[in-house]
Design a binder for this molecule. Sequence first.
Ligand code: SF4
Length: 187
Amino acid sequence: MKDKRSGKIVLVAHCLLNVHSLEENLAIYPGLEEEVIKLLIEKGVSLYQILCPEIELSGIFRKALPKESYDHPKIRKIYHQLADKIADNLRWYIKKDYKIRAVIGAEASPSCGIELVGKWKEKITGKKEFPRDIEFIPGMGVFMEELKSSLAKINIHPEWIGIPGKSIRTLKPESFKETLNKLAKLL
Ligand code: SF4
């Protein structure tokens, strides 16, 4: 007998459901990304919350940094292991023919960005500061690169979309609405 489940699963970056995993000064909601989650509820998908890779790596008292600070073999190895563990767990859902529809990341995060990551600006002298000395460039966060490769190994090819966080929304306020529209069309 069938129950009410839709068979559609979306993987979400941890902080979209728990802003307390973010570095200081980056949260723009008291608890979770309200508009995004509301849209996902309307779409009838279930949410698979990915562990925060940066907390796994270095805990909760970390500073916001650009991608180059995370793009090192030792970090990739840890992220690769986490990504493989997630892929392994998802095999069960695939066995039941549930669809992994999308991975929703956090745009511009060095770990969880999807289309944008931060980079230190050139020719900065003295102590570098985030976000003052950061520019945003096309690229995927280190963890999401590993996750994409682990999912591809088990033939999961979802849509990939990044939710703009505080820094991107400050620079480009229309980006959030545009992303919500894109997400609504994807699901
Ligand atoms: S973007 Fe990724 S690494 Fe950063 S807080 Fe969210 S889940 Fe953690």
